[in-house]
Write a protein that binds this ligand. Structure first.
Ligand code: SF4
Length: 343
């Protein structure tokens, strides 16, 4: 069953040069209890979609959607104030650069205490661990930090954000995000600029939250390789359009859109041995600015399979739940069949 059902979400931004469409008829169907990866290069519009879901858009944005439901809550009908109310209790978000979202002048203890739920929520979330409503704030904060893998909680709660590593700050952000046991956690490039070991820890933590607490996660990333194995479903976004979407198996074993195929080729397989002078694969060119989009298919100028027909914009077509927006969807000849899901 879909927890988040978005159909034909479009975002137009009013600028001095006129109205610019930055998200074009995006569909997202996030199944309850799943991890859904949303992958695209920087500037493709992932964070804009997250902000539209949360109602964090600016006054110069025009957000329209045929349907935008979280469970049975119609998000499009909520006022900004009502939308803010469900943030934290129903939906929570964590960002890249976590330290910049923490208050530098307050200790971690005070920052987590500010987001702790009301007592009725305590009961729902902590009743298994803490009998009835007797849990003290210290105990709840300690449990939250242990839940996200922070062992030296005493030292961490007495610290200011600048005294902690980026990885610990992200774990604190995750602890704050899950304090109200939200139904949907949006992780917006949560491991950007972190070292490899910390990245692995954060992804492992998100995976555990999904498996042990049945938390639905929308994972945004520009790195297909780092999140694909965690994801049950994957959507690829390019220049504000979802170009391919489906289950892990459909996307990784049978990618049919040239953009997805290019993203998969960028994954470095160290097991196969990497020639120290070898060229790593990249899609030629770069993502165009939103006010200079090409005519027709937006990938056209960079697409290795572009043909004359591609000067017209392709519509999204649904092949048994595998959605592709391309005039010439086809399996990549060089693709190895059936990559196992390591989740
Ligand atoms: S429609 Fe044409 S240009 Fe666009 S992705 Fe498909 S083949 Fe490439």
């Amino acid at each position: 069953m879909a927890l988040l059902d978005i159909r034909n979400l479009s975002i137009d931004i009013i600028t001095a040069q006129g109205k610019i469409r930055v998200i074009d008829k995006a569909n997202l169907n996030i199944i309850d209890g799943s991890i859904h990866g949303l992958v695209g290069e920087s500037g493709s519009g992932k964070s804009l979609i997250a902000k539209a879901i949360l109602g964090l858009h600016n006054e110069n944005w025009i957000v329209t959607a045929d349907r935008m439901f979280l469970g049975n809550i119609d998000l499009s009908k909520l006022s900004s104030r009502a939308r803010r109310k469900i943030m934290g209790t129903e939906i929570a978000i964590i960002f890249q650069n976590p330290r910049s979202y923490l208050d530098p002048s307050k200790k971690i203890f005070d920052q987590i205490r500010e987001v702790l739920p009301k007592k009725s929520h305590h009961k729902r979330f902590f009743s298994k661990v803490v009998p009835k409503l007797r849990a003290s704030e210290q105990q709840i904060i300690k449990e939250l930090l242990h839940k996200v893998g922070v062992q030296n909680d005493q030292a961490v709660v007495q610290s200011y954000p600048y005294e902690l590593s980026e990885g610990i700050c992200q774990k604190v952000m995750i602890a704050m995000a899950i304090a109200n046991n939200p139904r949907l956690l949006i992780a917006d490039e949560p491991t950007t600029s972190m070292e490899a070991v910390t990245q692995a820890q954060i992804f492992r933590l998100l995976y555990k939250l999904n498996q042990l607490h049945n938390m639905t996660i929308l994972l945004l990333s520009n790195n297909f390789g780092s999140i694909s194995n965690l994801s049950d479903y994957i959507s690829l976004i390019y220049c504000g359009q979802i170009v391919e979407s489906g289950s892990y198996k459909q996307i990784v074993n049978s990618p049919m859109h040239p953009y997805t195929q290019a993203m998969i080729k960028t994954i470095i397989e160290f097991d196969d041995g990497v020639d120290h002078k070898g060229q790593l694969y990249t899609l030629p060119g770069s993502i165009p600015p939103a006010n200079q989009l090409p005519i027709g298919c937006r990938l056209g100028p960079r697409c290795p399979k572009a043909q004359r027909t591609c000067v017209s914009n392709p519509e999204a077509v649904n092949y048994k739940g595998h959605i592709i927006r391309c005039h010439f969807p086809q399996l990549d000849d060089k693709k190895d069949a059936n990559t196992p899901h390591n989740k």
